[in-house]
Design a protein around this ligand. Structure first.
Ligand code: PHE
Length: 362
């Protein structure tokens, strides 16, 4: 059957679904040659039909099978082509260029959290919009207390439902009160976050960052505080020769209170933390406020001061960042200048860990 050979050859040569479809119509369609042959069977004698019938049916089967096979192989080839074109190599490393960087304040906060987590401290938070009870009164600063005036507070015009003045928190210390009230004792927390004071020059911005530390337990004393701060500052500055000097000071919420200095030496005109500040060419620089928590504050936190004692400390995160990474103008921190961020920012994948070095810079 010449037509069968031609059709099979054409099917084998077809390269598109459309071509296959028109070959199917030409052979098996109503007007197709196979259909035409099938129609001739009716006019045949029984003997003729016995011979021609199986041949025509076999031809129809052969064409159908060839069409199906060709269609399948074209589809397989198309799939292969797509798989090759759309292939993704999952073994490739995440490729640079990475855009953007981690702000030094975020980086230093992450470093601090890492260091204190290793000492068993959990992270606590509180609202930036505070009331004057949490920000002042509960911290042993009643309404007439002169320390309130020193905080250059941003007040809101309206009071809250309880009649308390609302303000932007001036320090992270209200988180002490909130955490004591919410969690009771014992406690070991740090509270990093934004704070606000109406103040602005090269070393003061209206918004800046503090980190608060709070430990509440039984029989806590200044030795625990000093050891904790020394351990933290050595880990943060990544040197063993950090020397602390505790100076008596005053905070309403701690008694006794200390200001903590670290020794530095001048290297190429820059203050580099480490060594005895009294050594020639050295000096002391204040980095922290701290103290044993005032009994009135423990009581405001809902705890019995005869049973629970504790220490607290607070420090400026931005200041720590400036010291560690040798930056000299705080205002640049909040300008959002991409060139500054490119220079001082940290690579997004450079997550601080104690084992890897908390301050490694890419
Ligand atoms: N809240 C104080 C400040 O902002 C810092 C501080 C915290 C001092 C905890 C002592 C204890 O200056």
């Amino acid at each position: 059957m010449e037509q069968l050979d031609q059709t099979l050859a054409a099917i084998a040569a077809a390269t598109t679904p459309d071509a296959i479809e028109s070959l199917r119509v030409a052979a098996l369609g109503k007007q197709g040659w196979v259909s035409a042959l099938l129609k001739t069977l009716g006019a045949m004698s029984a003997d003729e039909r016995l011979v021609a019938g199986p041949r025509i049916h076999a031809a129809r089967e052969a064409v159908s099978a060839a069409l199906a096979a060709r269609k399948a192989s074209l589809e397989a080839a198309a799939l292969d082509a797509r798989l090759a074109a759309e292939r993704v190599d999952l073994t490739l490393p995440a490729a640079p260029p990475l855009r953007g960087s981690i702000h030094p304040v975020s980086q230093v906060q992450d470093e601090l959290v890492e260091i204190f987590a290793d000492l068993g401290f959990a992270v606590a938070t509180g609202p930036e919009i505070e009331d004057d009870w949490h920000n002042f009164t509960a911290l042993n600063m009643p309404e007439t207390h002169p320390a309130r005036a020193m905080h250059d507070t941003f007040y809101f015009p309206d009071r809250d439902k309880a009649g308390r003045s609302m303000l932007l928190r001036t320090h992270t210390s209200p988180v002490q009160i909130r955490t004591m009230l919410a969690q009771g004792a014992p406690l070991r927390i740090i509270a990093p976050g934004r704070v606000y004071r109406s103040d602005s020059d090269a070393t003061h911005t209206p918004m800046f960052h503090q980190i608060e530390g709070l430990v509440i337990d039984r029989a806590i004393h200044l030795g625990h505080l000093k050891w904790t701060l020394e351990t933290f500052l050595k880990a943060f500055f990544e040197r063993d020769d950090v020397v602390l000097r505790l100076r008596p000071s005053y905070f309403p919420f701690t008694e006794p209170s200390v200001e903590v200095d670290v020794g530095y030496s001048l290297i190429a005109g820059k203050r580099v933390v480490g060594g005895d500040g009294d050594a020639p060419g050295g000096g002391w620089m204040e980095v922290l406020g701290a103290g044993i928590i005032n009994r009135a504050v423990i009581a405001a936190g809902g705890l019995d001061p005869d049973e629970w004692q504790g220490f607290a400390f607070g420090t400026g995160v931005d200041r720590l960042a400036m010291l560690k990474y040798a930056m000299d103008d705080l205002r640049a921190f909040f300008d959002g200048d991409v060139r500054w961020l490119d220079h001082y920012g940290f690579a997004a994948l450079d997550v601080p860990t104690l084992s890897g070095g908390v301050g490694v810079r890419a």
